[in-house]
Design a protein around this ligand. Structure first.
Ligand SMILES: Cc1cc2nc3c(=O)[nH]c(=O)nc-3n(C[C@H](O)[C@H](O)[C@H](O)COP(=O)(O)OP(=O)(O)OC[C@H]3O[C@@H](n4cnc5c(N)ncnc54)[C@H](O)[C@@H]3O)c2cc1C
Length: 397
């Protein structure tokens, strides 16, 4: 004889009825729930009933191979459930207190009902009854109770999990060591780059030349030092250093420096003095010189996306109210107009807009901007090849 050592099914409310329906156990509880379990005690689903369950019975109709659960309620009803779906119900004049379904004489499906007042009813199941229809009330959707096809754990997965469980500490140590070595190598490579100014600009694989430049001094006069070194195994000759600059703004002691033969392994130094001709003059002035700039702006103000628009802004970009720049003040700044020192290094969008406004005011750019003018098209003029002209089509709104 088998002895039961632990509870297979634990209920949070007292059971008032139980039936084995196919390979499932259906238990009705005092809290008006109908709970379904596997024979091993795993819960499958639960239905909340509208009334207290008084009896429960398995409905197995062999001719149609139909399996369901019959539930008698104290609301004088008998309901038939398949899984969580109510498939049929029967109204009685009295509360059914006991149910028995099975063969009765020649009838395949007879339901014997014992009532609260002591009566006995026999209902015969109609052979023509349609059993497929399912009501979707009550209970959760069927999909919810469908078993997911979760793949079984592979051996590799299990091995790996075990390894992590028992070797976790060692794995962490190895990871930390590798990370440390990676950082060290990166730092070493970085320091080598700085030390040797590894910024090759030559694209000829036979004449690989490293070039780097250092500026000494703050202006208006400063020294530009150029370092050259060949990476080829052979000496490199016939090189010239040429400076490209705006002669209206700068003057250089030497604009072309002839380079002697570069012998591998030796670093060569060249220098030129650079003077800024109009230190008070910025790039914006340079742009103006000799030109009448025109700026078309379809909206009514400057700032572009940095002008925060709280509502819907059809066709216009806008930062969010909280946006802060993600490039530093120094990186973002116009080269001829640094942002005020009291502005945060990572400016809030309102400060960014203020910076643009200050820039526009400082260089008096507003007269050159045509607000409420939309550019419709920009294309090369027919004589572009000789004049470099473009045709801009715009709309004055
Ligand atoms: C959310 C966000 C955050 C960013 N943060 C940074 C950052 O922190 N740092 C950084 O360096 N960059 C950042 N950027 C990149 C961004 O591209 C630049 O900051 C900058 O705003 C781009 O300027 P823009 O003039 O090209 O465009 P916009 O600022 O969008 O200005 C375009 C202007 O052109 C006008 N216009 C559009 N179409 C027409 C037309 N057909 N005719 C006439 N006028 C027209 C518009 O009304 C608008 O005023 C960010 C971008 C976004 C979207």
């Amino acid at each position: 004889m088998k002895s039961v050592t632990k509870a297979t099914i634990e209920l949070s409310s007292h059971a008032v009825g139980m039936a084995k329906v196919g390979k499932q156990i259906i238990i009705a509880c005092m809290d008006r729930t109908l709970r379904c379990y596997t024979l091993k005690g795993r819960k499958v689903h639960e239905i909340k009933m509208n009334a207290t369950v008084t009896a429960i019975e398995c409905f197995w109709y062999e001719p149609k191979q139909y399996l369901a659960t019959l539930v008698a309620l104290d609301s004088k009803e008998i309901q038939m459930y398949q899984e969580t779906f109510l498939v049929d119900q029967l109204k009685l004049d009295d509360v059914a207190t006991s149910l028995k379904f099975g063969k009765f004489g020649r009838e395949e499906g007879a339901l014997v009902i014992g009532t609260k007042s002591g009566g006995l009813l026999i209902k015969l199941f109609k052979r023509t009854a349609k059993l497929e229809e399912k009501s979707h009330l009550p209970g959760p959707p069927q999909a919810q109770s469908q078993k997911l096809n979760v793949p079984k754990k592979t051996k590799i997965f299990v091995d790996q999990t075990m390894r992590e469980r028992y070797e976790g500490q060692r794995m962490h140590q190895i990871f930390q060591r590798d990370l440390f070595m990676l950082r060290l190598h990166t730092a070493q490579a970085y320091s080598r780059t700085i030390e040797h100014s590894l910024t090759p600009v030559s694209f000829d694989p036979d004449d690989m030349v490293k070039i780097s430049a250092v500026v000494q001094g703050f202006g208006p006069t400063f020294l530009m030092i150029i370092y050259l070194r060949t990476l080829s195994v052979q000496a490199v000759s016939n090189l010239t250093i040429t400076f490209q600059f705006n002669p209206r703004l700068y003057s250089l002691d030497q604009t072309n420096i002839p380079v002697p033969m570069l012998v591998p392994g030796i670093e060569y130094t060249f220098q030129t003095k650079v003077s800024c001709l109009m230190p008070d003059k910025g790039l914006a002035d340079d742009v103006k010189d000799g030109f009448e700039p025109v700026c078309f702006e379809k909206s009514g103000d400057i700032g572009g996306l940095w002008r925060y628009k709280p509502g819907e802004c059809d066709g216009e970009a806008s930062v969010m109210k909280s946006t802060v720049i993600n490039s530093s003040k120094e990186m973002t700044a116009y080269s001829d107009f640094p942002p005020p020192p009291d502005f945060a290094n990572y400016m809030h969008n309102t400060k960014m807009l203020e910076y643009f406004q200050r820039y526009t005011d400082h260089f008096q750019l507003k007269p050159y901007i045509r607000f409420h003018h939309s550019v419709l098209d920009v294309s090369r003029a027919p004589d572009f090849n000789t004049t470099g002209h473009w045709v801009v089509t715009f709309k004055d709104q």
